[in-house]
Design a protein. Structure first.
Length: 245
């Protein structure tokens, strides 16, 4: 079910995995794309807010993990361009990481909460994410000529090409997996970086928080967890305080 999180900005997906729609005039952009299994719900949500698939002019991704690229595949089949930092293009094309993650899930996967998270991911197609051969590259600092005038801020650490995306008008920032507000393994709430087992480098994630805290954004919209409404600087400070996990 779509919920309004800022003027012209809607949260989609589920409690476990969020993505977003920004509308402006007769056009709309999808920021991140949830899981592949969200497609049917996505179409229903569009209809509920008076939109259709024909209104979508682009998908803009924070990174290329399959829980952020899900509905991008079917949209791309309809001719919608998918924008992504070059550091994640190979992952988008192949579905395979060319780097080692910092840690391993290990015994933590037996936690009921962790099993629930991965079960939800598997049931909704995380193991069969879309592969897109021609993502549109953007660079750090680029302002895209799309609804919301999204500005790209490169924040590597979770993946090499991970970016956060700032919309100056509604003062929101899509943080992807730079931070979450719900820890998918231990359930801790509030701004924090993703678990070390999910990151290429948690130290680099922590360093990238400096780029988040510089943004004039009142609402922080993560891929996992509830929106944070105390501003980007406070979110970065809380995440830095929480540290690695």
């Amino acid at each position: 079910m779509a919920t309004d999180v800022a003027p012209g900005v809607h949260r989609l997906g589920s409690k476990r995995v969020s993505f977003y729609l920004v509308e402006e005039g007769d056009r709309a952009v999808v920021f991140d794309a949830g899981l592949p299994g969200y497609w049917d719900g996505f179409e229903r949500d569009l209809n509920a807010i008076g939109r259709s698939l024909d209104d979508i002019v682009a998908v803009v991704l924070t990174h290329a993990h399959s829980d952020h690229t899900g509905v991008a595949g079917k949209l791309h089949e309809r001719g919608v361009p998918v924008h992504l930092h070059p550091g994640d293009h190979e992952l988008m094309r192949t579905g395979k990481e060319s780097w080692e993650r910092e840690g391993k899930i290990g015994a933590q996967i037996l936690r009921p909460r962790t099993l629930g998270f991965f079960g939800h991911m598997a049931r909704n197609g995380a193991l069969k994410g879309p592969k897109i051969d021609d993502p549109v590259a953007f660079d750090d600092g680029a302002v895209l000529d799309l609804p919301g005038r999204p500005r790209i801020v490169h924040t590597p650490g979770h993946t090499p090409g991970h970016c956060i995306i700032h919309l100056e008008g509604p003062k929101v920032v899509f943080t992807g997996d730079l931070i979450c507000t719900w820890h998918p393994i231990i359930g801790r709430l509030g701004p924090q970086i993703m678990p070390s087992a999910f990151n290429q480098s948690s130290d680099q994630c922590l360093a990238s928080l400096a780029r988040l805290e510089q943004l004039d954004a009142e609402v922080v919209l993560p891929g996992h967890g509830e929106p944070w409404r105390e501003g980007a600087a406070a979110a970065a400070a809380r995440a830095r305080e929480a540290g690695r996990s």
